[in-house]
Design a binder for this molecule. Structure first.
Ligand SMILES: NC(=O)c1ccc[n+]([C@@H]2O[C@H](COP(=O)([O-])OP(=O)(O)OC[C@H]3O[C@@H](n4cnc5c(N)ncnc54)[C@H](O)[C@@H]3O)[C@@H](O)[C@H]2O)c1
Length: 375
């Protein structure tokens, strides 16, 4: 039985608690930690965890509990410190997204993974969805031909009070706005579907959140060999209509699922009704994909359990967590410097460390407008 610890017991810890408990034959939560006194005990009681150890000091928990795996569910600024301590203590780690606010911290986490030989997985639960898995399978099948364009709308809506929480809405602690903290899910999906772009440009703004210093909207354009992608990252979109649309030479496919296949007339204009046979081929390929046994956080936790028990790498490892942070960093660099940023970003890039971002990012709203007493 794998002994599981939860570090950080705020909002999303519930998804981890549910996830680990979905596999009672393999894993059991034995310890819960949070730096705020009383919080871990309250979460354990609310979740009905029963007889678990409660800690305010993560290092003490790592020393005393002989844990196999921890979920790191702290704010992003604490991910690197806690993850490295856990790996160095010989404990496998599932860390929430974003992996860390800077590439420097991601690389320190990767170094700890390598020296420990333990599993490090970064949460990207949207890969464990049937609609995104179908999109990926269709793309990999080659049925839509070479890709020309991808449109990703990472459309979220958050009201003004969302940014009242002290660590949110700051470049120093949240590490950025919706591009890093909301769109990272879609950034990961885009990288999964298309790989790393060669070049990025972007614009950032804060359209609606007077209590936040970070962006609440960004629009980025990404270059692939011949294709372009556009990524909108937003917490100002009413209705949160999140979409990925991939245009190939033969057809377009999207999530939510739809297929269109145009075909040319002799004069180059699209024929009415498109190509029903091609559409049917793609539809039937998609329909034959077996549904996932577990979805969302449960799906990823299942994968981490199998990786630990079978001694194999997890499906979403630290390199992939880093890749998402790299693309977000490039979007910030492009937006702040009004530049075209080439990838990959190395340690020589000024934005590799948080310091450049913290120093150069625009404060869309004055820090003095933020109320530090709201924790
Ligand atoms: N995958 C998703 O869909 C999803 C959704 C929401 C949040 N998240 C991510 O999960 C993480 C946590 O977000 P949240 O909304 O639960 O935040 P939260 O503020 O509600 O909870 C974080 C908790 O961590 C505790 N904490 C802070 N530093 C700590 C440390 N060093 N050791 C132990 N505990 C510490 C805080 O006291 C707090 O209780 C963030 O990285 C966030 O981006 C992911």
């Amino acid at each position: 039985m794998l002994r599981i610890g939860i570090i950080g017991t705020g909002a999303i810890a519930d998804a981890h608690i549910r996830g680990w408990r979905a596999f009672p034959d393999d894993a059991r939560i034995v310890a819960v930690a949070d730096v705020v006194p009383g919080r871990a005990a309250a979460k354990a009681a609310d979740a009905g965890l029963g007889d678990v150890s409660i800690y305010e000091d993560t290092d003490a928990m790592l020393r005393e509990e002989r844990l196999d795996i921890v979920s790191v569910v702290t704010p992003p600024s604490a991910h690197a410190g806690v993850t490295i301590a856990a790996l160095d203590a010989g404990v496998h780690v599932l860390v929430e997204k974003p992996m860390a606010p800077s590439l420097e911290q991601c690389d320190a986490m990767l170094a700890a993974q390598r020296r420990s030989g333990k599993v490090l997985s970064v949460v990207a639960q949207n890969r464990f969805r049937d609609d995104t898995a179908t999109l990926k399978a269709v793309l990999d099948s080659g049925l839509i031909g070479s890709v020309s364009h991808v449109r990703v709308d990472s459309a979220w809506w958050r009201g003004v009070p969302y940014y009242d929480l002290a660590w949110r809405g700051t470049w120093e602690q949240e590490g950025g706005g919706c591009t890093l903290n909301h769109a990272i899910h879609h950034v990961d999906l885009l990288l999964w579907l298309m790989g790393r772009p060669s070049e990025v440009t972007a614009m950032l703004t804060n359209a609606q959140h007077d209590n936040s210093a970070v962006e609440d909207l960004s629009v980025a354009v990404l270059r692939y060999e011949r294709a372009l992608a556009q990524l909108t990252s937003s917490v100002v979109h009413h209705g949160e209509e999140q979409t990925i649309v991939v245009q190939g030479a033969e057809a377009s496919v999207s999530q939510p699922w739809s297929v269109h296949a145009d075909v040319t007339q002799p004069n180059g204009m699209p024929a009415e009704g498109g190509d029903p046979a091609r559409t049917a081929r793609i539809e039937s390929f998609a329909a034959t994909r077996a549904p996932l046994a577990h979805t969302g956080h449960d799906g990823q936790i299942d994968d981490v359990i199998r990786a630990v028990l079978d001694g194999r790498p997890p499906l979403i490892d630290g390199e992939q967590g880093r890749a998402a942070v790299e693309l977000v960093t490039a979007i910030y660099e492009a937006g702040i410097e009004r530049a075209h940023v080439r990838l990959p970003l190395t340690a020589e890039d000024p934005y590799y460390r948080s310091a450049a971002l913290i120093e150069r990012a625009p404060r869309f709203r004055a820090e003095s407008a933020l109320d530090p007493s709201l924790a």
